[in-house]
Design a protein around this ligand. Structure first.
Ligand code: ZN
Length: 404
């Protein structure tokens, strides 16, 4: 089994290995989350880098995807089986006007909101839905604060699979809900928050639904490629710091796995430090990090206007902890005011993002002001969603209600 793609329990104390075709949700031995293990390619790193760049000139569907372009590090599927909307290939934009731009040597926004459905979820969903098809799923399902539902609905439609999204009633941006409906998903509104919606999804397991939440390790494989593409855009010279918003913590887990695999294959030597940032009102992981406690204490009623990261019981906290330890990173939180200011500042860059994405700049402003980021550092803020994902937030804070 170790020579082929397989699953492994992410708890190193257990490390049970499983056949990828068994479609387990969690480790049957200890209940831990699973990792997909793809044998590392043996090719010369420079040959791989050349091949990946060369594929950008190709119109082949597999090459035109910014995820499958890096397929040497992904589970293998026959080309016609791939479910792709040409995701990835998102820009790295330099910051010009925000205060932090003058406090560090180089500050970039990696904008994952410029994916097909407007969020980073697409980079993982292309793998998740491809795997769902391979597994013979009759229907796919997820719990979501909105972005996952929109992405799942689009890729499921592409694959000809019915999709069902469990959403917290009244807590999802209308724009995201509209996307999921537009792509034909069935919507189940659940009383309570995201955590309640996730509990409802898991409770229905065994009814033939294939889950594409971030519990699904195949999605994280696709999200890994964000780091590959970012490094390619920086000529394979790793940045010092990468800052990523923390909700359910799947993204930082995927980034940590990418960095581990890139180091192990000799593609990079230096490990960029990963910084996870949460909103003060939805900060169970930042509190865990500060306290040094052994286990995450779920937060019962998380509150933040950054609804994409309004999550009290992040599923992937153990994987996220592993990512921070491997990269000498840290977790922190920022206030609602700081999120609002940072979001406006990113807008004035002509870039724009959804509120959760703005936590990154708020964190960078704070770390740079405190001297916790060196002045000669290269820093990357991961923007996870498009400005049009939550226009209501913009209108609430635009001053238009005052007649300005
Ligand atoms: Zn286990």
């Amino acid at each position: 089994m170790p020579d082929a793609v397989h699953l492994r329990c992410s708890d190193p104390a257990c490390a049970a290995t499983l056949d990828a075709r068994d479609n387990p949700l969690a480790c049957p031995r200890c209940g831990g989350l699973l990792d997909v293990v793809v044998p590392l390619p043996q090719a010369d790193p420079r040959d791989l880098q050349r091949a990946w760049l060369e594929r950008r000139r190709s119109n082949d569907a597999l090459d035109a995807s910014g995820v499958w372009r890096f397929r040497e590090f992904l589970p293998a599927y026959p080309a016609p089986a791939l479910v792709s909307l040409r995701e990835g290939n998102t820009p790295l934009l330099d910051a010009r006007h925000v205060p932090a731009a003058s406090r560090v040597a180089r500050l970039f926004f990696k904008h994952l909101g410029w994916n097909p459905t407007g969020s980073f979820k697409d980079t993982g969903m292309t793998v998740g839905i491809t795997e769902a098809k391979r597994a013979g799923a009759a229907r796919v399902a997820c719990a979501s604060t909105g972005n996952t539902a929109a992405s799942m609905a689009a890729y499921a439609a592409r694959a000809g699979l019915p999709a069902r999204a469990y959403l917290p009633r009244g807590a999802v941006s209308g724009a995201k809900l509209a996307q999921a409906i537009d792509y034909g998903a069935e919507i189940v509104e659940v009383d309570g928050n995201f955590d309640a919606a996730l509990a409802r999804l898991v409770a229905g397991a065994g009814t033939g639904e294939y889950f594409v939440n971030s519990l699904n390790p195949f999605r994280l494989e696709g999200q890994k490629t964000v780091i590959f593409e970012l490094l390619e855009q920086l000529q394979w010279s790793p940045p010092d710091v990468i800052v990523v918003p923390g909700g359910n913590l799947g993204n930082v887990s995927a980034f940590g796995k990418a960095i581990e695999e890139l180091v192990a294959s000799g593609l990079i030597a230096k490990r960029p430090r990963l910084v996870v940032v949460q909103a003060e009102g939805a900060n169970p992981f930042a509190r865990l990090w500060r306290s040094g406690a052994a286990a995450l204490e779920p937060q019962r009623d998380p509150q933040t206007e950054a609804t994409a990261i309004r999550i009290g019981a992040p599923a992937s906290w153990k994987k996220a902890l592993r990512a921070l330890r491997f990269t000498d990173g840290l977790a922190m939180d920022v206030s609602e005011n700081a999120i609002r200011d940072a979001k406006a500042a990113i807008g004035r860059e002509g870039i724009g993002c959804e509120p959760a994405s703005a936590t990154t700049l708020a964190a960078i402003e704070q770390l740079a002001a405190d001297g916790r980021i060196d002045r000669d550092a290269t820093v990357v803020a991961i923007l996870t969603g498009h400005a049009l994902k939550d226009p209501d937030f913009i209108m609430r804070h635009s001053g238009r209600e005052r007649g300005v």
